[in-house]
Ligand binder design. Structure first.
Ligand SMILES: C[S@@+](CC[C@H](N)C(=O)[O-])C[C@H]1O[C@@H](n2cnc3c(N)ncnc32)[C@H](O)[C@@H]1O
Length: 234
């Protein structure tokens, strides 16, 4: 039986999170606290304005952290679009032997994640702008509540770039709401060479498992598969 996600609609909604992906938020700082209770622990995060879902843990993020499996992790793991760090910190705590890369374009988000990881005692979490992750790093797993609002083309390009950095046999676990295009994204990823299954679904949230491509690209700057547009998809 699937545990239900806790709220609806998703907080990745432009009306409530406008410009959460701004590189340098100009909105004045107003720190807050978000608490996340999971079966394996209670986590507290410092949040701030200008960062995704700063008032409370996003329901999709909670769903991801409740249900995404822990693949055997002793290497590098990516939190793609870390925000204030719930995904990176929880995986950092769950897998102390792993190195968790917390990547975001929003500088305020990166600073919050670094502070939250330090507060949680997770020395294995490293924050980084996307372009600053060393190019030789390959990931055992990727976990993400991806930034749908950056637009379809930018989202797809971002996903392909990082999916091509999965180790053979690795997988990405994405949470996407059906109202934000989860099902069309699933079809597009599969048609682009990344086999994608819906692992779970609750209250419109889809937990997607995206497999590493059978033949990983040797050059992440030039991904093999990039279906620019697919008729009928959002
Ligand atoms: C939906 S939010 C999820 C944040 C956090 N993981 C959570 O669950 O609360 C997506 C995040 O992706 C970030 N983002 C936007 N464009 C990005 C890019 N090109 N590369 C990495 N992160 C990006 C946004 O700034 C935002 O923090």
């Amino acid at each position: 039986m699937h545990s239900p996600a806790t709220s609806h609609p998703p907080t990745d909604d432009v009306s409530t999170t406008q410009h959460y992906f701004t590189r340098q938020p100009e909105v004045s700082s107003k720190p807050g606290i978000a608490t996340l209770a999971l079966p394996d622990g209670i986590f507290r995060f410092t949040t701030d304005t200008g960062v995704f879902s700063h008032a409370a843990i996003d329901a999709g993020t909670r769903f991801l952290l409740q249900h995404a499996p822990a693949v055997p992790l002793s290497g590098d793991v990516l939190d793609l679009g870390c925000g204030y760090g719930p995904v990176a910190v929880v995986w950092g705590a769950r897998k102390p032997e792993a190195t968790v890369w917390a990547v975001d374009t929003n500088q305020r988000a990166l600073e919050l994640t670094a502070a939250n990881a330090a507060a949680a005692g997770c020395a294995n979490v490293t924050t980084s702008q996307p372009d600053d992750v060393p190019s030789q790093i390959r990931f055992a797993a990727i976990y993400a509540n991806p930034p749908i609002r950056i637009g379809k083309g930018a989202l797809r390009s971002m996903l392909i770039t990082w999916l091509d950095r999965l180790l053979p046999g690795g997988a990405a676990y994405l949470v996407v709401h059906r109202h934000l295009g989860a099902d069309s994204l699933t079809r597009w990823l599969t048609s682009s060479g990344y086999s994608t299954q819906r692992e779970r679904s609750s209250k419109g949230y889809r937990l997607l498992c995206v497999q590493a491509a059978a033949e990983p690209s040797v050059n992440v700057d030039q991904p093999r598969h990039h279906v620019e547009d697919e008729k009928g998809l959002r």
